[in-house]
Design a protein around this ligand. Structure first.
Ligand code: ATP
Ligand code: MG
Length: 737
């Protein structure tokens, strides 16, 4: 028996009620952050059920994340007074997977088909590419996978890819490979993530009876975060919503100012097309924000007003007595101070009774979590990394740590096993078995076993070559460790062993982030006097957090925070080159920059009570300090809504930093105005140093300034002003112009 909370409509404003009660016909709810779009969608779901217009199984509801789907299900259950089952409620992919299992035979699959993960996909693609004899250095399989994924995002099966869409990838073989790849998937009774939607759309397009069947099932369609749908998702929605009887009960909610996934193929045009595709569509605008204080709202509105080509919306506070605090802007020296300031603030909030789960630290990129994680662990404040792994648990970080553990302690077999074939060195299973056997019978460590077998010449061919190379890498790094310290030695080891190159050659979307993480790891090592000191710190840090509690501070990326809300939000790293990202600045023009600004808007509007923006005066990039300047987004927030803490932004901008501020005395101020990016990326550094001419003045974090006196590939001999001649890797110096 239903015991619905009867007042579910009374607490809503009139526009929201209209959006809920207009159940028939196409409806677009276009509204800013925190205006209750998601709440309207949830209530609409319940309203349709409570008014008997449909059964739960007759409503299709699409959310952007699984988490959002779960929340919506719970909220609908709360309004109805009992849990609901049998819902078509989930992400695009989850719903399509369910549909595809019902009709798999139409695309020559059986209902038990496998869904491949990225690794499987890549392995398969490489197999398919083999007969084409493509130079995979020049045309990396990962890149082709990206091209195929984008085709799929746009609904292009191999037959639908026109010559115009074809790329010059692999000298025009891309389409042929795509076709074969799809055929192979079919024989394996498998599909990849993109296929879930592609196949279903293909079925709905070509099988009128199937489409008609869904038209009968789905009487109402609800879509959240509509601004971030891509073409295939749009096609799918349109097919399902445009019924032959002319009835389209589709309600989409979205905010053009929060469109932040264009890099994944999202098309903001889908909002603009809605009224054209569904003639007679009603558009409801919600203008009252119930989430944030006036100050936060005004700050966010001021910021986003710098974007051109917006659909334009009014946003006013719907909260009562919610003038609130101004947005705080805090300038700090560096990322350590940034983490200290945030950590301290969180401790004070915690003491004053602020729930930790109502606090979020939102960053532009995943690597930025590291200093905050360490600070929170030190303070004993529980935290979770939402939508990702904690820093020291990430695969590339574990790999690097394994290299360092072997360097520090060659008998660490677990560490050695992790990296013996990473990157792939062609060490065969037989060779590995022999090593294990040797180590067990003697007994000795695996590294010892390798050395014994190398000296007795019992290893053969590729394995022998690879292992002697790897051993040489460790010997060399050990020597460097004694002469030049653990930072240089670690960098050298990762470089010479080919580990860094492995990620540079990797064209997957995750690879740049992994390189960023490794760079961040190098920064962390530099904070310790010895390698052992650092490794012990990591072991301790990873051991502390065993707290089983929901009361945790949330660390996540801005992208991952979409749709969520917290009482207090910290927004670190608002500097040119970090946020907006260097990539968006490099791209030039407004397109990428405006997406960054929307991301900033998403960040600010997550906060209910309090938003704190931080920016550091300098960041360490690999081994170098670089001065950075506050993000333009800070300037774009109207002054009356901000409260400058620490040193004021203006003062900071005028001041030039004195090198004496840093113990090492190696601070360089390389940027003075905004047209020059404050940040250099790993690839920039590599490019500039690839041709370091003799006689060039270079800069190294530890050794300071020096003159290049010889170079052999990427190895340089540099005469440093303070410490004399040293041999170093070109990657770790920067040319001084
Ligand atoms: P976003 O664009 O960030 O996804 P949204 O438009 O989906 O935001 P919601 O998350 O649905 O907004 O709502 C924001 C907050 O305001 C929620 O805490 C919600 O419960 C609350 N809220 C919405 N409408 C009302 C209302 N009429 N009265 C009181 N609170 C409301
Ligand atoms: Mg929402």
């Amino acid at each position: 028996s239903l015991t619905p909370s009867s007042d579910y409509l009374s607490r809503l404003n009139s526009e929201q009620r209209r959006a809920i009660e207009t159940t028939e016909g196409p409806l677009l709810i276009l509204a800013g952050a925190g205006t209750g779009k998601t709440r309207v969608l949830t209530t609409r779901f319940a309203h349709i059920l409570l008014t008997g217009k449909a059964y739960p199984s007759q409503i299709l509801a699409v959310t952007f994340t699984n988490k959002a789907a779960k929340e919506m299900k719970e909220r609908v259950g709360a309004i109805l007074g009992e849990p609901v089952e049998g819902l078509w409620l989930g992400t695009f992919h989850a719903i399509c997977a369910r549909m595809l299992r019902r009709h798999a035979e139409y695309v020559q699959l059986t209902s038990g088909f496998n869904i491949l993960d990225t690794d499987d996909q890549l392995r398969l693609l490489k197999q398919v590419m083999e007969p084409f004899q493509i130079d995979t250095k020049r045309w990396p399989p990962n890149q082709l996978l990206g091209i195929i994924q984008r085709w799929k995002d746009r609904g292009l099966t191999p037959d639908r890819v026109t010559p115009v869409e074809d790329t010059d990838f692999a000298n025009g073989h891309a389409l042929a490979i795509y076709r074969l790849y799809q055929e192979r998937l079919q024989t394996l009774n498998a599909c990849d993530f993109g296929d879930l939607m592609l196949h279903v759309v293909e079925i709905l397009r070509t099988k009128p009876d199937v489409l008609a069947q869904y038209h009968r099932i789905f009487r109402y369609i609800l879509v959240d975060e509509y601004q971030d749908t891509n073409t295939i998702q749009y096609l799918w929605l349109r097919l399902l919503a445009k019924r032959h009887d002319g009835i389209s009960n589709i309600a989409c909610v979205g905010d053009d100012d929060q469109s932040i996934y264009s890099w994944r193929g999202a098309e903001i045009e889908n909002i603009l097309r809605f009224e054209k595709d569904f003639p007679g569509a009603k558009v409801v605008r919600l203008e009252e924000n119930y989430r944030s204080t006036d100050q936060i709202l005004a700050a966010a509105a001021g910021l986003i007003s710098h974007n051109e080509g917006r659909l334009g919306k009014t946003l006013r506070s719907g909260r009562k007595n919610a003038h609130g605090e101004k947005v705080q802007i805090i300038g700090v020296h560096d990322s350590d101070e940034e983490a200290r300031v945030v950590g301290g603030a969180i401790e004070r909030l915690q003491k004053s009774g602020h729930p930790l789960s109502e606090i979020a630290i939102l960053m532009r990129a995943g690597f930025q979590t590291r200093p905050f994680e360490e600070r929170l662990l030190m303070l004993g404040v529980p935290y979770r990394v939402v939508g990702g792994l904690r820093f020291y648990e990430r695969a590339e970080i574990r790999d690097c740590l394994a290299y360092m553990r072997v360097l520090s302690q060659p008998s660490d077999d677990l560490a050695f096993e992790r990296i013996i074939n990473v990157p792939k060195r062609g060490i065969g299973a037989v060779a590995l078995q022999k090593l294990h056997k040797e180590a067990q019978t003697l007994p000795c460590s695996l590294v010892d076993a390798v050395n014994i077998q190398l000296s007795t010449d019992s290893l053969k061919g590729k394995s022998k070559k690879a292992l002697s190379h790897l051993m040489a890498n460790f010997t060399q790094a050990k020597a460097t460790l004694d002469t030049e310290g653990h930072v240089v030695a670690s960098e050298q080891l990762l470089e010479e062993s080919g580990y860094l190159q492995m990620w540079r050659d990797d064209r997957s979307v995750e690879a740049p982030g992994r390189l960023e993480n490794i760079r961040e790891l190098m920064r962390a090592i530099g904070d310790f006097a010895t390698l052992e000191g650092f490794l012990e710190h990591v072991a301790l840090v990873m051991d502390i957090d065993r707290t089983e509690t929901d009361e945790k501070v949330n660390l996540m990326t801005l992208h991952g925070a979409k749709g969520l809300e917290f009482d207090t939000v910290f927004l670190p790293g608002w500097e040119e080159g970090v946020f907006p990202s260097q990539r968006s600045l490099d791209e030039g023009g407004n397109r990428a920059l405006e997406e960054e600004r929307r991301l900033a808007y998403v960040g600010l509007t997550r906060a209910r009570q309090r938003a704190v923006i931080l920016h550091a005066a300098s960041r360490r990039i690999y081994a170098n300090w670089q001065s950075s300047i506050p993000s333009r987004f800070i300037d774009e927030i109207p002054l009356e809504y901000i409260d400058m803490r620490g040193e004021s932004v203006e003062k900071r901008r005028q001041a030039s930093f004195s090198p004496s501020m840093f113990a090492s005395g190696t601070f360089t101020s390389t940027r003075s105005n905004r047209s020059q990016p404050a940040y250099k990326r790993i690839t920039d550094i590599k490019e500039t140093t690839a041709h370091i001419p003799l006689g060039a003045t270079v800069f190294h974090q530890k050794f300071g300034e020096g003159l290049v006196i010889s170079s052999d590939g990427d190895r340089l001999e540099v005469n440093f002003n303070n410490v004399g001649i040293k041999r170093i890797l070109a990657n770790f110096v920067e040319i001084k112009s």
